[in-house]
Design a protein around this ligand. Structure first.
Ligand SMILES: Cc1cc2nc3c(=O)[nH]c(=O)nc-3n(C[C@H](O)[C@H](O)[C@H](O)COP(=O)(O)OP(=O)(O)OC[C@H]3O[C@@H](n4cnc5c(N)ncnc54)[C@H](O)[C@@H]3O)c2cc1C
Length: 439
């Protein structure tokens, strides 16, 4: 399904409750009350659709990229929060018990019993969920703990809002809208079951083990895993996978990494990993033979369907990982298109897999431009950072017009390069980028 159809589908889901409310043909209330209910209906639809956006479904993230999907997830969560927070304050009708002469609840609002308690609890829990996500890095617990709390919290909010809607909502008591909420809530729960139960069950049947770990640059490791008695992963060069080393597949201890080997290399998968936190800091202690599980492939940083006459790869630090996969596959296929790899680091000992770079230079005639901001005295490459001036100096009119630009690296570098490329007239359609962080 093309990205535009996905957006259309999303909007249809978000606004469907408004259509169903109108279709229930209840007599109108004051405009502010209808606005209040409308805000709540859209907020709830967005909230339930969030489960699908964050569920690692390739039909969604494979089209627009996992990082863009997660940005949408964050933006929409904030939109839903704003709508949900504002809606109780817009009502003008009095709170009262249902009046016998008002069967359509045109004259009063329900604010009692379950409808009240669930609404208040959701009203308190939803902002906590969003605030804890925004400030996640400052929390005193592990990423995995936050992820667990986030999932459980989101499910609790969804359940509370469902009960609030069907108890207190004027339109949600109608069978059509009630059915819509039940279906969407069912899909949300199903998406959690897929990620946390069904996929791990499949992973149990297609196990992996660590076949090698070696340090390849300063605080950077190459981890290799091999399939246990199956034919491995079918993936495209440039994609990534969540890997879980040494834990049960049902554990939340898994991390996303770009596959740095290319499909042509065979069944083993290589990853290039920079030490950063708990898991990445433990690589030196991982022993060959350790069991592993894998969820993938994911990601849209692939050259499938890209027929540009040349390709520029711009990588910072460990962002080189997917580039090596892509270039390795191009070299294996004997792809005749010219390629340029711009690879930035701070120091020479951070350059990873120099032998592979040399081979690409030799065999595939890739033009490799190494950039160091803190070079040693005998450095013969470029000095500085990958900034706007360097991009302008390295590429010319023809490349800007026709080539494909593939970017991966630290956020600041990616932003500068992306902005520069757009400024000099590169179409956003010929820029492929992957962020290693979702926020
Ligand atoms: C699509 C993608 C591809 C990546 N490819 C590479 C790569 O090739 N090489 C590399 O060195 N790094 C890569 N990363 C970054 C890598 O995932 C993190 O550095 C790693 O997960 C940190 O884990 P930790 O336990 O050491 O640190 P922690 O302190 O636990 O985590 C640090 C940060 O890593 C991110 N992170 C941790 N676990 C997860 C998770 N399960 N899902 C999403 N994000 C998580 C979070 O932003 C977290 O704040 C990639 C990230 C993404 C999103």
């Amino acid at each position: 399904m093309p990205a535009i159809a996905l957006i259309g589908l999303y909007l249809a889901v978000a606004f469907a409750p408004l259509g169903l409310a109108v279709a229930s043909a209840r007599p109108p209330r004051p405009i502010l009350d209808e606005l209040a209910t409308g805000a709540a209906l859209v907020a709830f639809a967005i909230l339930l659709a969030e489960f699908l956006l964050s569920g690692r479904f390739r039909a969604i993230s494979g089209r627009v990229g996992m990082d863009v999907t997660m940005r949408f997830h964050q933006l929409l969560a904030r939109t839903a929060l704003a709508l949900a927070m504002v809606h109780p304050f817009l009502y003008t009708l009095p709170f009262n018990r249902p009046l016998p002469y008002d069967p359509t609840r045109q004259l009063t609002l329900t604010f009692e019993g379950e409808g009240l308690v669930t609404g208040v609890l959701a009203f308190l829990l939803l902002p906590s969920l969003v605030i804890l996500s925004i400030g996640r890095d400052k929390l005193p617990f592990r990423y995995e703990t936050w992820r667990f709390m986030h999932g459980i919290g989101a499910l609790a909010v969804a359940g509370l809002v469902y009960l609030h809607a069907v108890e207190a909502g004027r339109y949600s008591q109608d069978w059509m809208l009630r059915g819509f909420w039940s279906g969407l809530l069912g899909l949300a729960v199903l998406s959690l079951l897929v990620v946390y139960v069904f996929k791990p069950l499949l992973q149990l049947r297609r196990g992996w083990h660590v076949s090698g770990v070696r340090q390849v640059a300063e605080r950077t490791w190459e981890l290799t895993i091999a399939p246990d008695g199956h034919d491995g992963l079918t993936y495209r060069a440039g994609q990534f996978a969540w890997i879980n080393i040494g834990h049960s597949p049902f554990s939340l201890d898994e991390n996303p990494f770009s596959i740095c080997s290319s499909p042509a290399e065979g069944r083993e998968l290589r990853f290039l990993i920079k030490e950063l936190g708990d898991f990445t800091g433990s690589l030196s202690r991982i022993r060959p033979g350790t069991q592993a599980h894998l969820d993938g492939p994911h990601g849209h940083l692939t050259l499938q369907g890209r027929s540009a006459p040349g390709i520029a790869f711009i990588a910072g630090g460990v962002g080189i990982a997917p580039m090596l996969s892509l270039l390795g596959q191009l070299a294996h296929d004997g792809d005749p298109r010219p390629t340029v790899l711009v690879y930035g680091n701070r120091a020479a000992d951070q350059i990873a897999l120099g032998d592979e770079l040399a081979r690409l230079r030799r065999v595939h005639k890739t033009q490799v431009v190494q950039v160091l901001s803190g070079p040693p005295p005998d450095w013969s490459g470029e000095v500085g950072i990958i900034d706007a001036a360097r991009i302008r100096a390295l590429f010319g009119e023809e490349q800007y017009r026709d080539w494909l630009f593939v970017l991966c690296g630290p956020p600041a570098m990616m932003e500068t390069v992306e902005e520069t490329l757009l400024e000099i007239g590169v179409s956003s359609r010929t820029i492929l980028a992957e962020r290693f962080r979702y926020d």
